[in-house]
Design a protein around this ligand. Structure first.
Ligand SMILES: Cc1cc2nc3c(=O)[nH]c(=O)nc-3n(C[C@H](O)[C@H](O)[C@H](O)COP(=O)(O)OP(=O)(O)OC[C@H]3O[C@@H](n4cnc5c(N)ncnc54)[C@H](O)[C@@H]3O)c2cc1C
Length: 455
């Protein structure tokens, strides 16, 4: 490390808490401010189980933070998707390698664990119920953030480095926007989301124990323009998420004025095999909010010595399950940049250069994945295409790596993964134009070459 810095972080969510722990461990003095209650307090619990899929990138960062084992002990492996089509369940592995799986992890549990890690790190101080309301970048050497406390008191806190990890609607980013020459875009999907629940079974003697459906899969009910997914929780329940358009056919508007029986009838028609497992369907539907889905991009990610990280820098739609994974990679990026540059401005530049194009790439990939899951996951052609891609990855691994594997099971930078998948697809199109016999001969030769190189 060059020298210890005095660092202020706004937002103790997944990224901010991990960053505080890591920077504290590296010897910096860290003050972390969070607008919500301390998640370790009993009254901070929301009561609902909400989960996240964590894959290789996130796990790598969690290992560096010393909490990977604890997280995995409470996680559920999901080696593939279980697609529900007309009452049938069709399993489709994420990778040809059965060891590869994404992991369903409790979001609140993970946040609490990271806050505990930060709080236990010497040099880290955490202030809860302090909402960032402004930031000031006029003094290049000493940027400041302004926090409001529950009694209305405003506190201006200066530091060598200010980091905005205050989520998609970041106050630090809003202050940067007001300084000019700051690119910003915000794009809402026509679809939003609402969470429902499949509770644990009454007894644990069913085919899946206390889980009502197979816990080792991410379940998808595709329906053209809308879909429902479900991820397992360690307590035997599943968190279901509806991704439906706000308006139009099969939309949230469709059920706006429906009575209880109308809601149940609609779900029976479209999610027939799930409804018997959803005894709290109507209650969940009425209680849980419908929230929007947004992609936020901005450039640059810094103003002087204030930087953005995580969703504050790049909010993406959740269909690749990479928002938190990408945010954890940002943490590793910033920590490495600070450790390897004597000059703070150089470190900030290096961090941004390393991460910004990758964030753009995963934002694009996540938008594509929505269409893939919603419109194509029920299709036989799509399943064959995925199998074909996995087959190519096995017979010509030096040339072909399935995109899903690159994103979820490697740490290849997102932008490189996206570029490589586009190159692969272009070559495949050129080969396909040569005709079926040539493709078969090339694949056979490749298979022989790979098999002999492995023997
Ligand atoms: C429905 C859904 C499903 C998802 N599923 C996945 C998934 O499966 N896998 C995955 O990797 N990602 C997933 N994500 C994305 C993931 O949740 C985010 O990318 C991740 O939480 C980003 O972490 P963060 O710390 O940057 O932001 P957040 O987790 O949003 O944390 C921001 C923190 O800042 C605090 N804060 C906000 N404003 C202020 C303020 N003004 N002052 C002080 N504090 C403030 C907030 O209270 C919060 O604690 C999903 C997102 C959604 C919406």
């Amino acid at each position: 490390m060059s020298q210890p810095h005095d660092i202020v972080i706004a937002g103790a969510g997944l990224a901010g808490a991990m960053l505080a722990a890591e920077l504290g461990r590296a010897g910096h003095r860290v003050r972390l401010f969070e607008r919500r209650l301390d998640p370790r307090r009993a009254d901070a619990e929301s009561g609902r189980s909400i989960n996240l899929a964590i894959s290789v990138r996130g796990l790598h960062a969690l290992r560096a933070a010393g909490v990977e084992e604890t997280v995995l002990a409470e996680a559920i492996r999901m080696p593939g998707r279980m697609v529900h089509v007309e009452g049938r369940e069709i399993f489709s592995a994420y990778s040809r390698d059965p060891e590869r799986a994404i992991n369903s992890v409790s979001r609140s549990g993970l946040n609490r664990l990271l806050v505990e890690a930060a709080a236990a790190t010497p040099g880290v101080e955490i202030v809860f119920e302090a909402r960032c309301v402004d930031a000031d970048f006029t003094d290049h050497e000493r940027p400041a953030a302004v926090f409001e406390h529950p009694d209305g008191r405003r506190e201006r806190v200066e530091a060598d480095l200010v980091v905005g990890t205050d989520g998609a609607f970041s106050a630090i980013r809003a202050a940067m926007q007001r300084t000019g020459r700051f690119d910003f875009s915000q794009e809402y999907l026509a679809a939003g989301y609402k969470e429902l629940t499949i509770p644990p079974a009454d007894d644990d003697r069913g085919p899946h124990g206390r889980f009502r459906v197979d816990p080792n899969a991410l379940h998808v009910w595709p329906h053209g323009g809308s879909m429902m997914i479900a991820l397992p929780n360690i307590d035997g329940s599943f968190t279901c998420t509806l991704f439906w358009p706000f308006e139009g056919e099969h939309s949230f508007a469709t059920l706006e004025d429906a009575d209880d029986a109308g809601i149940v009838r609609f779900f029976e028609r479209h999610y027939g095999d799930a409804v018997p497992h959803m005894p709290t369907l109507v209650e969940d539907w009425r209680r849980n909010p419908t929230s929007p889905l947004v992609t936020i991009r901005c450039r640059p990610w810094h103003r002087g010595r204030a930087v953005l990280l995580g969703d504050a820098a790049h909010a993406i739609v959740p269909f690749y399950g990479q928002g938190a994974n990408a945010s954890f990679e940002d943490v590793e990026g910033l920590v490495t940049a600070l450790a390897s540059h004597d000059d703070l401005d150089d470190a900030i530049e290096a961090y941004e250069e390393d991460r910004i194009d990758n964030a753009d790439a995963i934002a694009d990939l996540a938008l594509d994945q929505f269409v893939d899951m919603r419109d194509r996951s029920g299709s036989r052609t799509q399943r064959l295409a995925k199998k074909g891609s996995q087959f190519l990855g096995a017979v010509v691994p030096f040339w072909w790596t399935p995109l899903y594997d690159m994103v979820s099971f490697t740490r290849i930078p997102y932008a490189k993964a996206l570029a490589k998948s586009r190159r692969q697809a272009a070559v495949l199109r050129r080969i396909a134009a040569l005709g079926v016999p040539v493709v078969v001969i090339l694949l056979t030769l490749a298979f022989i070459a790979t098999a002999s190189s492995e023997s």
